[in-house]
Design a binder for this molecule. Structure first.
Ligand SMILES: Cc1ncc(COP(=O)(O)O)c(C=O)c1O
Length: 374
């Protein structure tokens, strides 16, 4: 008889996003992917080639190469030390390692509704209880402060923030962040803030949570701003170096260390020259965003979308069953993500990503328009 999966696996399933991809036609236009589908900057590719040819890619320190951690500290204006950084296999692993390090069975971890869906699964796999605070769809998804306070309980251990938000591409205001930080300070709660889209804002770059609240961990990485999803490189960082120590241990037993080659590339990516490459990616994203806003203004003037503060998502109000609409669009050859995949408050909305080839984007929008204005 085959061994049954562990009980904890019953609380999670393959994400709705993955299920949609798998059900879609092979040639479907993908407006669903949470990936910037542009080329990784040449400067960084050259560095990777150089490292592959001339260095032996071995294990590194579990917490990551000192030179890379130093660069991460510089990224946070030296407000943190390199011991306050753990380099991980993508932001996804940083998130998971944080929960492994800090969530006890039965602890409550607060998440926005809607938000990135990996948090819930990761909390459950670490035997924690996700509790949702409301971002109000009728108020541009701003924080419902009353609801936030009401959801805090003696069991609340961590509040998770995704800023800028996936799926909303919207930033919380500094006032909202300060409000959350004050409430957390009064209740001795840690904030984990996923800032992976921070470099892709159209509005001025937002402060990190590390600038606002000491009892916090910032999560980030290179997947989005440098188009490096396949290099699996991210980090957890805190002003409190002791916070990082158990995360390094959790990370050690998950992956030993992040890939050597990705850490070398990452060190260059965070240097001044490397950071300059983000501009080209942002230019492409801005061009696509301009295209999409023109498209909506001329072809879909009655369809509401949430004005984004950052790339690469557009959250569109469809005022009908978003899951059915996503299935209908998938049958027509375009993948979009139903808003309910990110929480109840995402119901009747869909998320599209516009970080792809312009020609495909227009084709995808034409199919979307055919369903929205039928
Ligand atoms: C909000 C957010 N955090 C983390 C991740 C995962 O990033 P990484 O590729 O660095 O693991 C994603 C990927 O879509 C994301 O949207």
């Amino acid at each position: 008889m085959l061994l049954k999966q562990a009980d904890r696996m019953h609380s999670v399933q393959k994400s709705i996003i993955r299920q949609i991809f798998e059900a879609a036609q092979g040639k479907a236009i993908n407006l669903g992917l949470g990936e910037i589908q542009f080329d990784m900057p040449q400067l960084l590719r050259n560095r990777a080639a150089d490292v592959a040819l001339n260095e032996n890619c071995r294990y590194t320190e579990n917490a990551g190469m000192k030179e890379f951690r130093d660069q991460v500290a510089v990224y946070y204006n030296n407000e943190i030390e390199s011991e306050g950084v753990c380099i991980t296999c993508g932001a996804a692993e940083a998130i998971h390692s944080c929960f492994t390090a800090y969530v006890n069975p039965g602890d409550e971890v607060m998440l926005a509704d809607p938000t990135f869906l990996a948090y819930e699964a990761s909390i459950k796999l670490n035997n924690g209880l996700p509790v949702y605070y409301r971002l109000d769809p009728d108020q541009g998804f701003c924080l419902d402060k009353e609801d936030f306070v009401a959801k805090i309980s003696p069991k609340t251990r961590i509040v998770v923030i995704c800023n800028p938000s996936n799926p909303l591409s919207k930033c919380l205001t500094v006032a909202e962040l300060e409000f959350m930080a004050d409430v957390c300070a009064q209740n001795n709660i840690m904030i984990i803030c996923d800032e992976i889209y921070r470099e892709l804002t159209y509005i001025p770059r937002q402060p990190s949570i590390l600038d606002i609240y000491e009892n916090s961990i910032a999560i980030s990485g290179l997947s989005k701003a440098y188009c490096m999803t396949g290099w699996r490189i991210g980090w957890a960082a805190s002003r409190i170096t002791d916070y990082i120590k158990p995360i390094v241990v959790a990370h050690q037993y998950q992956s030993t260390c992040a890939p050597y080659i990705s850490q070398k590339v990452g060190t260059l990516a965070l240097s001044e020259a490397g950071r300059g490459t983000i501009c080209q990616i942002k230019e492409q994203l801005t061009a696509n965003y301009d295209l999409i806003t023109d498209y909506f203004a001329t072809r879909l003037p009655d369809i509401e979308y949430l004005p984004p503060d950052a790339a690469p998502y557009l959250f569109i109000r469809v005022d009908r069953d978003d899951t059915k609409l996503a299935a209908e669009l998938s049958a027509k050859g375009v993948i979009v993500i139903p808003g309910c995949a990110f929480g109840q408050n995402g119901k009747n909305w869909i998320r599209i990503s516009y970080a792809l080839d312009t020609r495909l984007l227009i084709q995808g929008l034409d199919i979307l328009a055919s369903s929205l204005i039928e």
